[in-house]
Design a protein around this ligand. Structure first.
Ligand code: SF4
Length: 415
């Protein structure tokens, strides 16, 4: 029997390359039934894109990257710890761990981040426990590059044999402007081709779709997610694809962390999406069944203080926890009634109020400002949020403050 109480989190010294950052045991859903899954965050050198450019504006992986090479032997030591924890879990729980998720916070097929021998050890680990599925994360650029060179992906599918290989791409949005706002490394063509490459090589394509990144209103975020899923559906031409929402939560050293600290009256003040917005998006795609779901982003803990929810998707204090339990229920069983029940209990007036919130500058101008800010922060060797914290004088409207800042710098303003 799978229970939501079977959650175990083991955290290790985040500065030690000989230990994974964490090994976690959660419930999951796989082909029609609840199961146990193991989720491993490896200690890693940091994402190539993040090191070269400052990374994606909403990504918090720079907080945990070691920023130094992690050798094969160090990775092997991490995997040995994972092995022991999975063995212990299996020995003490009736239902065994059925899927393994291994995340290296970057490009999974990039030798500069994780070597092929380590990838092979991960496949062997999944096989040794007869996992039904191995899940990894990367992006379109990595898949397209690998397809033209080493074909590590194809080799991985072959080595995994009976174990499915699910490759998750940080799609976030199919709108090129929104993707630029997030400073994604891959183009729309890259990830479109990647979805096809993964399928052709025998893997399962999954996309993360971001719900409300920085500088988007709730209405824009909702529309962007719905359009993105429709586009993924169109491109898939009847083939299977999976989508996991990544509702944005407060993370240190991100653009939205900076925007969350703006003045209350600033139209660019960022707040997390409504929890009920996730159900509104889920309700649009009944045909996707278990292949569309939202990541869970909070503890299942009735005593969580309200401050805890303020940094995560939430509605009002009366309904938030009840809505979250419906999201957990949907995650576990993927039944439509969880979505319908959640929408019945969600307050319509909160959604209508959020939908009214507008942002004065067109998306193109917000994108131009973010591009210029990224270039300036890189030049100053600062991450974007630190650049903003130290160089920008906030003046009631974030984009106007940036434009005034640019006016004071040498070069052409972005007006
Ligand atoms: S979202 Fe992915 S590609 Fe972007 S900085 Fe984070 S780890 Fe790197």
């Amino acid at each position: 029997m799978i229970s939501t109480t079977d959650v175990l989190n083991f955290r290790f010294d985040p500065s030690d390359p000989m230990q994974p950052r964490s090994v976690n045991f959660y419930f999951d859903h796989y082909r029609g039934e609840p199961i146990h899954r193991a989720v491993v965050y490896l200690a890693n050198p940091g994402c190539e894109w993040s090191r070269k450019t400052g990374g994606c504006t909403m990504c918090g992986t720079k907080n945990s990257a070691l920023r130094k090479t992690v050798t094969d032997d160090q990775y092997f030591a991490q995997l040995e710890i994972v092995r022991r924890h999975v063995e212990n879990f299996n020995a003490t729980h009736g239902d065994q761990v059925r899927t393994l998720h291994v995340y290296n916070d970057g490009f999974f097929f990039n030798d500069a981040e994780i070597g092929q021998k380590v990838r092979e050890a991960i496949y062997a680990l999944a096989r040794s426990f007869k996992m039904q599925k191995l899940v990894v994360e990367t992006n379109g650029l990595d898949i397209v590059r690998d397809d033209k060179s080493n074909d590590y992906l194809g080799k991985g599918v072959a080595l995994l044999g009976e174990t499915e290989f699910e490759v998750t791409l940080g799609v976030e949005s199919a709108n090129p402007l929104v993707r630029t706002l997030y400073n994604k490394p891959d183009s729309v063509d890259d990830f479109r081709n990647s979805l096809e490459i993964i399928r052709r090589k025998g893997g399962i394509s999954k996309g993360y779709v971001l719900v409300k990144g920085p500088l988007l209103t709730e209405a824009e975020a909702y529309e962007d997610c719905v359009n993105t899923i429709r586009i993924l559906h169109e491109w898939s031409k009847g083939e299977r694809f999976r989508v996991e929402f990544q509702p944005v939560c407060l993370l240190p050293i991100t653009l939205h962390e900076y925007l969350m600290g703006l003045n209350e009256t600033d139209p660019y003040l960022w707040d997390p999406p409504l929890l009920s917005t996730l159900f509104r998006i889920l309700s649009q795609f009944p045909e996707m069944g278990e292949d569309l779901y939202s990541a869970l982003f909070a503890r299942i803990d009735v005593d969580s203080p309200w401050d805890f929810w303020l940094t995560r998707p939430h509605d009002d204090p009366q309904t938030t926890f009840k809505l979250y339990l419906k999201l957990v229920d949907y995650y576990l069983y993927r039944k439509r009634d969880s979505i319908e029940a959640a929408l019945t209990m969600a307050r319509e007036d909160l959604w209508l109020e959020r939908k009214k919130k507008a942002i004065p500058h067109p998306l193109e101008q917000r994108v131009a400002v973010v591009k210029r800010l990224m270039a300036l922060s890189r030049k100053s060797d600062l991450c974007l949020s630190d650049y903003l914290k130290t160089r920008l004088k906030p003046a009631g409207n974030f984009i106007e403050s940036c434009l005034s800042h640019f006016d004071r710098l040498p070069g052409m303003p972005v007006r």
